[in-house]
Write a protein that binds this ligand. Structure first.
Ligand SMILES: Nc1ncnc2c1ncn2[C@@H]1O[C@H](COP(=O)(O)OP(=O)(O)O)[C@@H](O)[C@H]1O
Ligand SMILES: O=C(O)C1=C[C@@H](OP(=O)(O)O)[C@@H](O)[C@H](O)C1
Ligand SMILES: [Mg+2]
Length: 179
């Protein structure tokens, strides 16, 4: 089988673990094209994520994410920062792992709450008790995030440290990875 020199790298993990921030910097450093699934969906729909949730509902957004995975991005040379719920739909994690390397960024519920509490652009966290919502969702999602090729703890580490860790792991894992 043909070996890809730069397999896609999918960053997954809960909201606020740093996928978008870290992903952009890793892509620059590794010479990968940076794609954020949320930004790609917003551009295609010409609406923000919040508007899509409000006007069309979450199931429509999930279908947009599935379409993005199946035919909305190139098959090599990209770093894709995935929305937190993207790999949670049945079968999607398996597709991502067939298409490239999948790394999970991890953080505790309390850490996630601290990083997201001042923002309003994540509709799932616009609830009376966001910390309880984070804990509830994390319990369901964490086993899925753990199926990644590599899980990286982000808490107590600066963005720069996480970027360095992701780059080192990508260099190592991409040597071993075959499609
Ligand atoms: N390792 C880190 N330490 C402290 N803050 C971080 C870290 N990684 C990300 N952040 C901050 O957390 C917030 C959410 O990051 P973001 O990249 O949007 O996460 P995601 O895309 O996973 O939802 C941003 O304000 C970002 O600067
Ligand atoms: O976890 C989720 O279900 C979501 C995560 C968000 O992306 P980030 O993980 O980049 O915040 C965005 O896709 C949407 O608000 C839903
Ligand atoms: Mg993001």
């Amino acid at each position: 089988m043909k070996k890809l020199s730069k397999p896609n790298l999918y960053l997954v993990g809960f909201m606020g673990t740093g996928k978008s921030t870290v992903g952009r910097l890793v892509a620059q450093r590794m010479g990968l094209e940076f794609i954020d699934s949320d930004h790609a969906i917003e551009a295609a729909a010409e609406k923000s994520i919040s508007e899509i949730f409000a006007s069309e509902g979450e199931p429509v957004f999930r279908r947009m994410e599935k379409a993005f995975v199946e035919k909305g991005h190139p098959r090599e040379g990209c770093l894709i920062s995935c929305g937190g719920g993207l790999p949670v739909q049945p079968g999607i994690m398996e597709i991502l792992k067939e298409q490239g390397l999948v790394f999970s960024l991890m953080a505790s519920a309390a850490g996630i709450y601290e990083r997201t509490r001042h923002t309003t652009d994540r509709p799932l966290l616009q609830v009376a008790d966001p910390l309880a919502e984070i804990e509830k969702l994390l319990e369901v999602r964490e086993p899925i995030y753990r199926k990644a090729n590599c899980c990286i703890l982000t808490e107590g580490r600066t963005v720069g440290e996480v970027v360095g860790h992701v780059c080192r792991s990508y260099k190592l894992e991409s040597k071993l990875w075959t499609p």
